[in-house]
Write a protein that binds this ligand. Structure first.
Ligand code: GLA
Length: 391
């Protein structure tokens, strides 16, 4: 049974009638441009064929009853309890409850009509695996609140509202990439987003390559505090560099050459963090003509460089991610391999010649398992369309 069916059936079982609506929102994988979205840089993600599905109906009241099928948990809250993050009994909302409630809060803040719903949801985006499971829950519920509220907004605006929910309600100071990819994904296309202007365009994935995701199966806690710290380092770098370049607004505004000549003004750790960002923004800009010209070998090289930079300068890698990337890079047919998303644990993204992708998948799984005793999930993924509802 696929997820779409299981949430529909579970809804009927729980609420005694068929759901009025069914919505979904995908996770994402990022090919290049890591930890640059909150520095006004360029990112190159794709929405993937793993998603959160939500079956829902209007409750006709201000009360929402939401069931998380995977977690076998349920939360009930009134809309007036949402700002205080309280459920109907005045207790603290569960951790997962913050995502749908955060969306209700952020949509309400924008003046959009939010009404109560009954819902059952489930996701096959692995949690804590750097594939944006949170953003997919936010965007799926964004669609749900939209349907119940009877209004409509462009996907990019929904993404910004999701980011606001995550920043101000959940407390993770993320950039726009994940919600953007989940909301604006397109089938078989990569998305190139300028995180400053929010303009984006899509690019075809060259015909002869496959995107392979390799899940280390390792998860870490305290990732969001480490993430928020990285972001603070970038802000500190901007503050210090501004003394020399008063027009500087973000690390997007300094070239690699200028950064090299001013780097000694920064404390060592801040310098490393900022160096990754400045190089990565330049790397992503360089990668686009390569991709457009079908030079997937050179593009893959940039992915490998990105991994090294995330490991050595930004220090958001982890032993299992390093091992997975390091095992993948020399395998025949692999063009590039690196950790994807926020980091510390979770998944790598691999660009692989299509004709070798099955062999690559088997070899990488076997080698990783041999070294760690862990059975990884390695699979070829498809670039997919963004959040939508089926009915
Ligand atoms: C997380 C955040 C994104 C982005 C990536 C790193 O996924 O949610 O906004 O910063 O990390 O590129």
């Amino acid at each position: 049974m696929d997820l779409q069916e299981s949430v529909t059936q579970a809804y009927e079982k729980r609420f005694g009638s068929k759901p009025e609506h069914l919505a979904f929102a995908p996770g994402r994988v990022n090919l290049l441009g890591e930890h640059v979205d909150y520095n006004d840089g360029f990112v190159l993600p794709a929405a993937i064929n793993l998603a959160t599905w939500v079956a829902f109906s209007s409750s006709g009241t201000d009360t929402s009853t939401l069931a998380a099928l995977d977690l076998k948990d349920e939360t009930v809250f009134d809309l007036n309890g949402v700002p205080e993050k309280k459920d109907k009994n005045g207790k603290k909302l569960s951790e997962w409850g913050h995502y749908p409630a955060g969306m209700a809060w952020a949509l309400g803040e924008k003046g959009l009509d939010v009404k109560g719903m009954t819902a059952v949801f489930s996701s096959d985006v692995p949690r804590g695996a750097s594939l944006s499971s949170s953003a997919s829950v936010e965007m799926a519920f964004g669609k749900a609140w939209q349907t119940i509220g009877g209004w409509s907004i462009p996907p990019m605006q929904m993404a910004l509202i999701g980011q606001r929910a995550e920043n101000a309600y959940v407390g993770m100071n993320c950039g726009i990439m994940d919600q953007f990819a989940s909301a604006c994904g397109e089938k078989d296309r990569l998305l190139l987003l300028d995180c400053r202007s929010l303009e984006y365009r899509t690019l075809p994935l060259p015909d002869d390559v496959a995107i392979v995701i390799a899940d280390t199966t390792v998860r870490r806690t305290l990732v969001s505090s480490a993430y928020n710290k990285r972001r603070e380092s970038c802000e500190e770098a901007v503050r210090l560099l501004k003394m020399q370049i008063p027009t500087l607004k973000s690390l997007r505004d300094i070239s690699v050459e200028d950064f090299n000549s001013l780097a000694n003004l920064l404390p060592a750790e801040t310098e490393m963090r900022a160096r990754h960002v400045v190089n990565e923004i330049a790397r992503t800009s360089r990668s686009i003509p390569l991709l457009e010209a079908g030079d997937v070998e050179s593009f893959g090289q940039l992915m490998n460089e990105c991994h090294a930079s995330l490991r050595d300068l930004y220090e958001v890698s982890g032993p299992e991610l390093d091992l997975m990337a390091c095992l993948a890079q020399p395998i025949h047919g692999c063009l590039g391999a690196r950790q994807t998303g926020g980091g510390f644990a979770g998944c790598t993204v691999n660009l692989v010649k299509k004709e070798y992708s099955d062999e690559f998948t088997k070899t990488l799984s076997a080698q990783y398992e041999k070294k760690t005793g862990l059975h990884p999930a390695v699979y070829i993924c498809e670039a997919s369309r963004g959040a939508d509802f089926l009915y």
